[in-house]
Design a protein around this ligand. Structure first.
Ligand code: CMC
Length: 428
């Protein structure tokens, strides 16, 4: 008998099964071999929301939720946040290794030269209502890019996949900035190839009558770090959507639009928006204990707290808390920060949060920084999506080159009626 295995006895039949353990997991197909007879479909693992189930092998990101560790391709997030840039991190995620000097220079040049979008995209944007949520605009526009790049359908060609990855990384800041400009009725600002990734994004967001918008270096670096922190987070809801849609071999634009739609939800990337609304609603430090009481009574969620995987302080939240100080030195302190700090202080001592291992996640402080940096609340998930583009594309590339993967098609436990007789309207 293999040492790395478990033995299961089926009490219905008395039969024993030896199931191999590989990479710390058992294969669901081996469970399915457990049958009561030839007509039995076989036992199925029931895994709502995949909480306890691995859907893929991956080499992209590693999380140890108990210890609060996050690594991209084996590099600790703290090191990347301190020493890397978003484009270097994007390459790392996509290619698996840190780029050499000439590789990064070429990649930066490629991304820079793909920041322009087709002029028709402007017409598309103009069709949105003036108060359209920028995430709705982003999701739709990313999907629409599919119609401009029919070659992208050739997803089995690694060169085609790479071209679309470059295009998407390059165009996301342009679409994001233009969604913002649209909401204000301001003219769209074209990308400026002399600027780096973050400078270009901020230039397209904020340029008014000046030749070029120049951000403060501390603010520019903060954006770069926030993009790095959001770049990937293994099999989260939107990565799972990216893989699920990508598994049907849809092109990367519509696939990524689906991932961005998953990110939009308030339990995922929409949480940073919800945190700000929550802090504004609490309104004053004195009202924090009453709000915590509401959370304890399950009348509210403490947004920006809790995580499916982290049962410890989210390492990204620690980094964000640190850069918040640097940002606030330039922008002035966000008055909501005191409420957030008090919420965190009380929550971390409260039994409800201790017992459930609820700690601040990445979204708890990111919104406060974005707000201080003049990013409107509705744009927060859009900012998340710009960074996460690198991760979505890395997960998608990994999926398409993994021989174990097929079209995502889970089974169900059917618990509804069977073989009912149709009842005519008059008899119901
Ligand atoms: N406030 C109050 N109670 C909470 C919270 C919270 N933020 N999060 C979890 N709980 C409770 C939950 O009610 C449940 O209690 P019980 O065991 O009594 O039913 C218990 O803790 C376990 O929570 P869960 O909802 O079963 O855990 P999950 O892994 O399914 O959900 C989560 C994870 C992130 C959706 C959840 O913690 C949550 O809703 N947090 C608030 C939204 C948020 O901040 N989301 C951002 C996630 S990080 C960035 C990203 O990935 O997008």
């Amino acid at each position: 008998m293999a040492e790395e295995s478990i033995t299961v006895t089926d009490n219905r039949t008395g039969k024993q099964y030896t199931i191999p353990i590989k990479d710390g997991a058992i294969h669901a197909a081996d469970i399915n071999k457990i049958k009561t007879g030839p007509d039995d479909f076989g036992l199925m693992p029931y895994a709502p929301a995949f909480v306890w189930t691995a859907s893929t092998k991956s080499k992209v990101a590693f999380i140890d939720g108990d210890k609060g560790i996050l690594e991209y391709r084996g590099y600790p997030i703290q090191d990347l946040a301190e020493k890397s840039t978003f484009l270097e991190t994007a390459w790392l995620l996509l290619k698996g290794e840190l780029p050499k000097k000439d590789e990064l220079a070429k990649f930066t040049d490629e991304v820079t030269h793909h920041t322009f979008v087709h002029e028709n995209v402007k017409k598309l944007l103009d069709g949105f209502h003036h108060d359209a949520h920028p995430m709705g605009i982003l999701v739709s526009t990313v999907a629409a890019l599919s119609t401009f790049y029919p070659d992208a359908k050739n997803i089995h060609d690694p060169e085609v996949r790479w071209s679309q990855s470059v295009r998407l990384l390059a165009k996301m800041p342009t679409i994001a900035a233009w969604a913002y400009r649209h909401s204000l009725g301001l003219p769209y600002v074209h990308p400026d190839n002399e600027l780096n990734y973050v400078q270009n994004f901020l230039h397209m967001m904020y340029r008014m009558t000046e030749q070029r918008y120049k951000p403060h270096p501390a603010i520019e670096r903060a954006f770069d770090v926030l993009f790095i922190l959001h770049a990937d987070h293994e099999q989260n809801c939107s990565a799972n959507a990216m893989r699920g849609i990508g598994s049907s071999h849809a092109d990367p634009y519509v696939t990524m639009a689906g991932a961005a739609a998953a990110l939009y939800g308030p339990l995922h990337g929409g949480a940073n928006e919800e945190v700000l609304k929550m802090l504004a609603e609490i309104g004053h430090v004195d009202r924090v204990p009453r709000f915590i009481e509401k959370v304890r009574n399950k009348e509210a969620l403490l947004m920006g707290f809790g995580h499916r995987v982290y049962k410890n302080y989210d390492p990204r939240a620690k980094i964000i808390k640190r850069i918040a100080d640097e940002v606030f030195e330039v922008t002035g302190r966000n008055p909501l920060l005191d409420i957030a700090l008090e919420l965190e202080r009380i929550a971390l001592q409260d039994e409800y949060f201790i017992n459930k291992k609820l700690y601040p996640n990445v979204d708890f402080y990111s919104g406060l920084i974005y707000q201080a940096m003049r990013i409107p609340v509705a744009m927060f998930p859009v900012m998340f999506a710009i960074g996460r583009t690198a991760g979505w594309l890395s997960q998608w590339n990994e999926l398409l080159t993994d021989p174990d993967q097929k079209i995502a098609r889970p089974r169900q436990l059917y618990i509804g009626h069977r073989e009912r007789k149709y009842v005519a309207m008059a008899q119901r």
